[in-house]
Design a binder for this molecule. Structure first.
Ligand code: AQP
Length: 332
């Protein structure tokens, strides 16, 4: 079976709708057909300051949400990045292979550093895409299911894998991004020109899956649309309405043309009211299931321990081959 690898940060506590529709939902589907490795990327989280107790708590919350979303530890390998030390080890190797200018071209760093103030951004934030390269290459992943914002990082991964293979002999599988066009980018409900994001969105534009369902319904109902009245999918002229149609379609499985027909002659209010209901129906059981996993931290930790053991077996083998190819003297 082809292999997939992906990760999600445990920084915000709750996943937002963009994380879920852009990435996590694909993870659940791919565990059926692929040898799937999914992780909570706590080492990425510390590229910005974290409160230690919060980070620990949020790491469990992230894992609980992944299980609540439908990841099955019998069918995929679910683990915490820092439980597999090979990530940091291969990360260093990849740092040494990356050009400074090449790393400087990563747009996500530029955006995030600009937000923090260039002097305050850590070197870790700068090199985080390179750690991500190591995350992917360690598992010899064929595909990486992510949102559109990660495309550039997968390109970097491909470049570095090819560079290493060219210099030291075939070592790494060249991965491809797995990005679903429909949900590659979910937009902010208040500003449909920017992606929904935990750091850039205003609270009203961000749907956190663990929020009170009532609050979520309210946010959907007050989503920004346009001054026109027609419900039509047109990302250029009607980004707000198109975003709502995308969300509706992906949560209900009703195609967008079908939705357009259903809402012909109806007002925006009707679409928003229905979508609010769809959202509530989705988040209510999701929150309950997440809480159930959190109420039993021993089971949760043991799932993560088993996942880390399975992940290490693969990661250790790749790292050993890499060290050998590089000419690092093995310890006797
Ligand atoms: N708006 C989005 N639409 C589609 N996919 C998205 N992803 C994030 N936002 C959207 C995808 O979610 C996965 C996990 O993301 P992450 O843990 O790396 O978090 P992030 O990218 O840091 O999430 P944010 O909210 O975008 O954080 P900030 O604001 O800090 O940049 C990834 O596959 C991502 O593509």
């Amino acid at each position: 079976r082809p292999r997939v690898l992906s990760g999600i940060q445990p920084t915000a506590g709750s996943f937002h709708l963009g994380n879920y529709l852009g990435a996590v939902r694909q993870w659940v589907a791919l565990q059926e057909s692929h040898d799937a490795f999914y992780m909570v990327v706590d080492l990425h989280a510390i590229t910005v300051p974290q409160d230690p107790a919060e980070l620990r708590r949020n790491t469990r919350i992230a894992a609980a949400q992944l299980l609540a979303a439908g990841l099955d530890p019998e069918r995929c390998t679910l683990f915490v990045q820092s439980h597999v030390p090979e990530h940091a080890q291969l990360g260093w190797v990849m740092n040494c292979l990356t050009g400074f200018g090449e790393a400087s071209r990563m747009t996500q760093f530029k955006d995030k550093a600009a937000k923090q103030g260039a002097d305050r951004a850590s070197v870790g934030l700068f090199t985080y895409p390179i750690l991500q390269v190591a995350d992917i290459l360690l598992y010899q992943a064929h595909q990486v299911p992510v949102g559109e914002d990660q495309r550039q990082h997968i390109e970097l991964t491909r470049d570095l894998a090819e560079r290493f293979n060219g210099r030291y002999g075939d070592t790494f599988t060249i991965p491809a991004p797995y990005i679903l066009k429909e949900t590659a980018k979910i937009y902010d409900l208040q500003d449909p020109s920017i992606k929904m994001s935990k750091s850039a969105s205003t609270p009203k534009g961000l749907i956190n899956l663990l929020d009170e369902p009532k609050a979520t319904a309210k946010k959907v109902k007050s989503a920004v649309t346009d001054t026109d009245t027609v419900i039509r999918y047109d990302t250029e002229n009607k980004p707000g309405v198109s975003n709502l149609l995308t969300i509706h379609s992906s949560l209900t499985g009703t195609s967008i043309p079908e939705l357009e027909r259903e809402y012909e002659g109806k007002m925006y209010g009707a679409l928003k009211t229905d979508l609010a209901e769809v959202m509530v129906e989705f988040v209510t059981p999701f929150r309950d299931r997440t809480q159930e996993y959190l109420d039993d931290p021993e089971t949760l930790d043991s799932i993560l321990a088993k996942g880390a053991e399975k992940a290490r077996a693969v990661a250790a083998e790749t790292l050993a081959t890499t060290y050998d190819r590089l000419g690092l003297l093995p310890a006797k």
